[in-house]
Design a protein around this ligand. Sequence first.
Ligand SMILES: Nc1ncnc2c1ncn2[C@@H]1O[C@H](COP(=O)(O)OP(=O)(O)O)[C@@H](O)[C@H]1O
Ligand SMILES: [Mg+2]
Length: 301
Amino acid sequence: MIVIPRALAESLRKHFPPEWLAGLAGLAERTLDQWRLTVDGKPMHGMASLVLPVVRPDGTRAALKLQPVDWEHESEPVGLRTWDGDGIVRLLDHDRDTGAMLLERLDDSRPLSTMPDDFAATEILAGLLARLTRVPGPDGMRHLKDSAEQMVANTPGTASKLSDQDEQNLLKDWAARVSEVLDEPGDRLLHWDLHYDNVLAADREPWLAIDPKPLVGDPGFDIMPALDNRWDDIVATGDVPKAVLRRFDLLTEALGADRQRAAGWTVARALQNSLWEVDGGEQRLDPIQVAIAQAVTSPRR
Ligand SMILES: Nc1ncnc2c1ncn2[C@@H]1O[C@H](COP(=O)(O)OP(=O)(O)O)[C@@H](O)[C@H]1O
Ligand SMILES: [Mg+2]
């Protein structure tokens, strides 16, 4: 019997059609049968996915990941196949009809977020990001160019929902900044969500990425999750702009990215995050997104 963790059920109820949650345990049972898998541990989860630690008939340990297949999740198996395990978890099997993925098992007890030294953790993230974004994006995958154009077009309408006039103007400034980098949207395979909990300790390499929501574009667009995550560490330094720039410099150097363009694409990510929040009902900008956009666009100190 598969029991869906309560926190996952709540999150699924909030964000997805009720049929998905209602059918999830059944889908898990059928997929276990289909691939002849045995569960060998407690279910794991994120906001949208159920991940079961399993063993294959030949004794290999694996992880079965089940998640609603929507625009955000459909590119995950395509990306994983393209990377083919280089710096990221390997895809062992995939069912196109249900979206079920069988993944190489990594050490879920040791995400990179547990590494105490913030700088060392960011260095590892930067190294992985540089490797992942070295790969050209495959044909047919969604492109940053399209979503960035859409963001810029949607900004005036969404900005008018903000309660503060200065914040309305700030959002429009961000969109103007994004327009400046739109001429070169990039052609690399991006992870989109490489934060410290989406990197797990492994055997074949010390650390491997998981959970990509791939798209094709400029690696600069992939930097934000490394900046706004582990925010307490940034605040604890006592100098937020300096600590943000320390991470930003580490990442842009590892990527070999032009700092100006990377700043433009980081602002694009702040814009994307903010448009989502405001369209979802928020009337103020998230101060963390504002602090990051300010830090990366202000003249070097
Ligand atoms: N290959 C794996 N091996 C071991 N644990 C995994 C693996 N993939 C995911 N997990 C566990 O499941 C959790 C959720 O998976 P993740 O792919 O990050 O999905 P989500 O998009 O829901 O965050 C992870 O945080 C991790 O604890
Ligand atoms: Mg995750």
